[in-house]
Every structure is written in structure tokens, then in C-alpha cells.
Write a protein that binds this ligand. Structure first.
Ligand code: FAD
Length: 500
């Protein structure tokens, strides 16, 4: 057992923790990252099946267009040169299929092209389409945290933070499928159109409309680039590390963390990028107000995914696209608990990868699944699941593949399923309490956990703080680190890097 001293400790080495560690190291001081898993990266880390690489929690993103928020964050972190965006099929990279009506809509991956396609397809709703996109722009331009140059300006909730997406769509549009097309990106934040505010929907979907891309080497590209920068900056990383207790809790601050190794880590400040419920488990309960505990315990999980991963026998069988499968146009119904499995939304992501030095065509299929769907096996852990769980996975994989083959009949007999995973798999591999894809559900009117905690040298960041997804997780670290550091110096550093 030994004692160590740091200026900043970051808990969790997903994209938000790695981003926070690098930003904190920029203003000097010793920084330590603590990660419970055996390796860094969290949801961004890739894995391989039969030598074929697949992504865990990063299949595509918006925000990498010129002046996009993700690109700006990469510039500030100094890793934009290591991230190579790969376009989905330019003319029709995003596809929506309504399985009940059989209608398919195909959109180019850029905003102008998508709007043009929408106007051509729904000419009677042209004014409403223009009004919808104007509303999206208006929210985003007033959201100071979506622009790194204005991130320090105080952020005011707008009227659109108090109206749900479903109400805005109902007010503007007549056509149910058009409404579902515009709301479909709810699969990227895991809350239904009636639960999410229009403002948060706008913040999440704006970057997607501007251009969805995947990235060469997927989430690993971010992890590798950040690892290199962290090494250069002298940031220490300890994997397989768990905090056992908060020590030296005095005057509303925590002096040290005791780790599972027995080591005592002293620090000035710590950023916790883990799930709010995991944060609650870490903090000394006797120092917390009941209202704070109740607030966190009241957070609901966003939904998760059942995933099927596979490979085609010819890499030219498919092009690069994202397909959203919608059983009907009623997206709210797809979020209801007790819904039939086949009434769940589905994402298919087709991408070309390299395996054994040769190109190969992978398909990842994500079907929305609630953590509650897994209640029967909730007490089991990896490699120790009962036979009924394997049977469930086999049955579910077959049913999902039937849905996929209905869209791509030519894949039948030419596609090999290499593996599948349920929300329980994600829960156990990603050390999340519930296996949800996006942490806490973004519900209208809810105040998520962001920034200073009741123990005032501890700060919360991560996907459950501002917005989920890679972009939301990174932004949370920018906001929190700016608040912890000398904000004028931080703003100057941001400006210099964006201008250079
Ligand atoms: C199946 C799936 C598909 C997704 N697809 C996309 C997508 O295409 N695009 C996109 O933008 N987003 C996607 N997401 C969401 C995205 O992956 C996340 O929002 C984002 O990566 C979260 O980053 P994070 O750093 O906040 O959390 P995480 O990546 O979950 O990192 C948290 C880290 O903390 C560690 N940890 C947990 N508890 C402790 C503890 N007590 N002590 C120390 N360490 C701890 C974990 O092991 C983990 O490494 C997807 C998610 C899933 C699950």
C-alpha cells in the first residue's frame, strides 16, 4: 500500500474521461486517470470476432463537418489529424424503412440534400419543413455550449427546453411518416419523442443533418489518438482500478480515494465521468442531502440495444449506409414497456473494414431493447449466464436477421453472424449499472448531474450530463474542465487552437 499525490483525478477512461484528462493536463499539474476495466476507451473501444473488427458504442457521428462541434473539439485536443471521417453513400447514405407500410425513404448525407429530398417527397408540407429546420437552427444558435468559442457564456434554458419533440411535430406536420423521419434520430439518444425536449432533440440531431460519417478504425481511432497525447502530456493511467472509499472528507471536500489495490490517492479535484448511480455509490451517504440522493435515484435509464454482428462473404454485396427500420410511424409506441420485441426500432450499419489485410463488409444490427427486458437474467454475469439466456439470444438473433433479410434478400446465405450481445453484455463489459446505451434518459425538465457535486472538489461529467453520444460526452468534459480551471486561460487556449 502506497500514497500518491495528484492535482486532478479523472474517474472513468471513456471518451469523456480521456477528454477531461487531456484538457486538465493542459494547464499543468499531475493528472491520474482511474479505470475499472482492463483497458481504456469505454464504449469507444472496438473488439474483434474471427479477426473482424466491430464497434461497441461508436458507429457514426455528426459534428465532423467543417466548423462542426466534434471537429472543433478534436482541434482543441490536437487530434484532428488522426481522425479520418468516412462518408456513407453520398446520394442515399441514410435510409428509413417503414416495415408496416413498406415505404422506404433514402436521403443524401448532407443537410441541403436531405431537405431537398424531404421537400420533393412531401411537397404539401414544404412550409412546415422549412419551419422545422429554422426551429432547429434557432435552438442550436442560442445554445452557447454547442460552440467552443461561447462555451463559457452562461447557458439559459430556452422555451424549447419545455416543449416535447412530439408536440412540435404534431403542431407542424400532418404526415405521420414525415414526423417519424424527423424524430428517427431519437435512436441516438434513447428517449421517445414525448419524453425528449425539442431543444435537446435539436442539439442532438443538428450535427447529424449536417453530415453523418463513420470514422476509419471506428472508436479505436479516438482512443489511440488520445492515448498518445496523454502519454506526451505525462498523464498517468491506472486500469483495473476501483475506488473503495472516499477518505479525509472534511469541510465539504474529499482529500483522497482509497483504491482496491489499497493505495491512497490524494488529490485537489476529481472529475467523475461514470454513471450518476455509480457516483452515488462512491460518495459518503452521510454527507449527502436526501433530495440529492432522491434526484439521482429517480433518473431513468435510456434504452439499450440488442446487437448482432456479422460479415458478408463478398465486400461488394452492400455499400456504406445506415438504415433505420421502423415497425410503424408511431415512435412513442416503440418505447412503451411491454411492447412486442418485433415492435422495436432497428439500426443497420454497413461498413467496409479490413480483416487480415483484406477488405471485408460488416453489418452491425442494433435493435432497441430496454434494460428491463433482461430482468430474468439481471443477476447473472459474463460467462456465467444460464442456458435460457443463450436460447433467448439465439431466438432473438434469428428474429432480427429475418427483419434484416426482408430488407436485403440477397444477403441470405451470404451473410455470417459472428456474434450478438444484449444490454446485459453492455452492462458487464462497460461497467454500467444498467446496460443502457446512453446512460440517464434525457427527459424534458430534468436536471442531469453536471459539474460540481455536493462534495465540492468533485465534479460530474460524461454522457449522462449534458447530452449523450460521443459528442455529448466530450462536450460535458469541456464544460466541466473550463469550470475547474482558470477559465480565461482555458478560453484563450481554445481560441488559439481553433484559430491556428
Ligand atoms: C451499442 C451502443 C451503440 C452506440 N452508438 C453510438 C454511435 O454510433 N455514436 C455515438 O456518438 N454514440 C454512440 N453510443 C453512445 C456512446 O458510446 C456514449 O455516449 C459515449 O461513448 C459515452 O462516453 P463516456 O465516456 O461518458 O462513458 P463510457 O464510454 O461508458 O465510459 C465510462 C468508463 O468508466 C469506467 N467505469 C465505470 N465505473 C467505474 C468506476 N467506478 N471506477 C472507474 N472506472 C469506472 C467504465 O469501465 C468505462 O470505461 C452508443 C452506445 C452503445 C452502448
Amino acid at each position: 500500500m502506497a500514497e500518491f499525490k495528484y492535482d486532478h483525478v479523472v474517474v472513468g477512461a471513456g471518451i469523456s474521461g480521456l477528454t477531461a484528462a487531456l484538457l486538465l493536463s493542459r494547464q499543468g499539474g499531475r493528472v491520474l486517470v482511474l479505470e475499472k476495466a482492463t483497458a481504456i476507451g469505454g464504449s469507444m473501444a472496438r473488439f474483434s470476432l474471427d479477426g473482424v473488427p466491430f464497434d461497441t458504442g461508436f458507429h457514426f457521428t455528426g459534428g465532423l463537418a467543417p466548423d462542426g462541434l466534434v471537429l472543433d473539439m478534436l482541434k482543441v485536443l490536437g487530434i484532428e489529424q488522426q481522425i479520418y471521417p468516412v462518408s456513407f453513400s453520398r446520394s442515399d447514405g441514410t435510409r428509413f424503412v417503414f416495415e408496416a407500410s413498406g415505404n422506404t425513404y433514402r436521403f443524401p448525407i448532407d443537410r441541403e440534400g436531405s431537405i431537398r429530398e424531404l421537400l420533393n417527397t412531401f411537397p404539401d408540407e414544404a412550409d412546415a419543413i422549412d419551419a422545422y429546420f429554422a426551429k432547429l437552427d434557432s435552438v442550436c444558435s442560442r445554445t452557447t455550449s454547442m460552440n467552443l468559442r461561447t462555451i463559457g457564456e452562461s447557458m439559459h434554458m430556452s422555451d424549447e427546453d419545455y416543449v416535447c419533440l412530439a408536440d412540435v411535430l404534431d403542431e407542424l406536420f400532418e404526415n405521420a411518416e414525415l414526423k417519424a423521419l424527423l424524430a428517427g434520430y431519437c435512436l441516438c439518444y434513447g428517449a421517445s419523442p414525448s419524453e425528449i425536449s425539442f431543444a435537446n432533440h435539436a442539439r442532438m440531431s443538428q450535427g447529424m443533418h449536417d453530415g453523418i460519417v463513420r470514422v476509419e478504425n471506428g472508436g479505436d481511432a479516438f482512443v489511440a489518438a488520445l492515448r498518445e497525447k496523454l502519454e506526451e502530456a505525462g498523464v498517468e493511467i491506472r486500469c483495473r482500478s476501483r475506488i473503495v472509499s472516499c477518505e479525509e472528507v472534511e469541510d465539504g471536500s474529499v482529500g483522497a480515494f482509497r483504491l482496491n489495490s489499497g493505495d491512497l490517492i490524494h488529490f485537489k479535484n476529481a472529475v467523475l465521468t461514470i454513471h450518476p448511480r455509480a457516483i452515488l455509490d462512491l460518495l459518503p451517504r452521510e454527507k449527502l442531502r436526501k433530495a440529492f440522493v432522491n434526484r439521482i435515484e429517480g433518473f431513468k435509464p435510456s434504452f439499450g440495444f440488442f446487437a448482432v454482428f456479422g460479415v458478408c462473404d463478398d465486400h461488394e454485396l452492400l455499400d456504406d449506409f445506415i438504415l433505420l427500420g421502423l415497425p410503424s410511424a408511431d415512435l412513442n409506441a416503440m418505447f412503451e414497456s411491454g411492447r412486442r420485441e418485433e415492435d422495436s426500432m432497428l439500426f443497420c450499419i454497413s461498413s467496409e473494414e479490413v480483416s487480415d489485410g483484406k477488405p471485408c463488409r460488416t453489418l452491425t444490427v442494433l435493435e432497441a431493447a430496454c434494460p428491463e427486458d433482461m430482468a430474468e437474467w439481471a443477476d447473472s454475469s459474463v460467462m456465467k449466464r444460464p442456458a435460457s439466456y443463450s436460447e433467448y439470444k439465439t431466438r432473438k438473433t434469428e428474429r432480427i436477421m429475418e427483419r434484416v433479410y426482408r430488407q436485403f434478400p440477397h444477403l441470405e446465405g451470404r451473410f455470417k453472424v459472428l456474434g450478438s450481445s444484449s444490454p446485459l453484455t453492455f452492462r458487464d463489459y462497460l461497467n454500467s449499472p444498467d446496460g443502457s446505451a446512453y446512460g440517464v434518459k434525457q427527459e424534458m425538465g430534468q436536471f442531469n448531474l453536471l459539474g460540481r457535486l455536493p462534495l465540492r472538489n468533485l465534479y460530474a461529467a460524461g454522457q449522462s450530463s449534458v447530452l449523450p453520444g460521443m459528442m455529448g460526452a466530450m462536450v460535458s468534459s469541456f464544460i466541466v474542465c473550463r469550470g475547474m480551471l482558470d477559465s480565461e486561460e482555458f478560453d484563450l487556449m481554445v481560441k488559439e487552437r481553433l484559430d491556428s
